[in-house]
Design a protein around this ligand. Sequence first.
Ligand code: THU
Length: 150
Amino acid sequence: MKTDTISKDTIQSLIRTALDMRGRAYTPYSRYTVGAALLAKSGTVYTGCNVENAAFTPSTCAERTAFSKAVSEGDREFTAIAIVGGHEGAASEGFAPPCGVCRQVMAEFCEADSFIIILAKSEDEYRVFTLGELLPSAFGLDASPEKKPV
Ligand code: THU
């Protein structure tokens, strides 16, 4: 667990916000609600919930909702995200790890070794990972020559 770059108070505050956001999820199809709270380096917290659609494909995960809100407001540098999820109307009984697409979106804007992903069931029950732990060897068109496509 890498927690040295973020305080326990900040972690718990992000979890509380993510838990609140679960209540805003629009999930008539899966009945699985997810809430996210994304802390930008600017100090602003961007929130997100999953928003489903009858055509399924247009559905958006909570994490990507938060990233889209942040980037569209001009924030592109981030410290941490807290994620909670569970069946509609029930407590977050298990952890809700981000899907692969959301991990890839995180990799677009966040550093593998320092961006922190908090998976929580409650303020007191959570696990902390770096992005690199959850998405090793991420694809990216960055400056690293071995990562550049030919
Ligand atoms: N979901 C998220 O919001 N985040 C994830 O990382 C995984 C899945 C949502 C999508 C869908 O609305 C519901 O959870 C069930 O898959």
